[in-house]
Design a binder for this molecule. Structure first.
Ligand code: NI
Length: 172
């Protein structure tokens, strides 16, 4: 069990596409366990491997914190095969603490990947699950939620964020 450091915007690894996981071995199992612990400690509902500095196509999702009856999901090398509908809702990210913004996502998705045992799984998700899947898969492609908002909103975010950074620098 270990709590890993969560990389924060604008760290470069968050902008990089991850590489598919080749062999699922002991190191992969340990990474999954550590990612689950880290996600729970941060009270997040999802975490992608590159958020903890490992550029591999692997993410974990657990909606039980939001009161949803959902099992822990481990997705290795996931791909979205189908998307349906569009819905906008507020979203946050552990790599951009304190920032919430409305993001348009598909309402339902059908995703395929491997579970932690390397077995092929498919998940049909809607609502919060569909949103979490798309958010985490975006991470694995090097995309953050700020890449999914309008350029104007993104500018506002960047300006505000820079100010916050200067602020925290002068405080320490
Ligand atoms: Ni995120």
């Amino acid at each position: 069990m270990a709590i890993l450091e969560i990389k924060r915007y604008p760290e470069r690894i968050l902008k990089q596409k991850t590489a598919p996981v080749g062999t699922i071995n002991g190191a992969t199992q340990k990474l999954i366990d550590d990612m689950v612990d880290t996600m729970h400690a941060a009270r997040g509902v999802g975490l992608a491997a590159n958020q903890v500095g490992i550029p591999q196509k692997l993410c974990v999702i657990d909606l039980s914190l939001r009161g949803e009856k959902a099992p822990l999901i481990v997705l290795i090398n996931p791909i979205i095969l189908e998307r349906e509908g569009v819905i906008e809702a507020e979203e946050g990210c552990l790599s951009i603490p304190g920032y919430l913004t409305a993001v348009k996502r598909a309402e339902r998705v059908f995703v395929k990947g491997l579970n932690r045992e390397g077995k092929e799984i498919s998940i049909e998700g809607e609502g919060l699950l569909a949103r979490a899947i798309q958010h985490e898969l975006d991470h694995l492609d090097g995309l953050l939620l700020i890449d999914r908002i309008s350029p104007l909103k993104r500018e506002f975010f960047k300006r505000r964020y820079k100010k916050q950074m200067q602020h925290s620098k002068s405080e320490t």
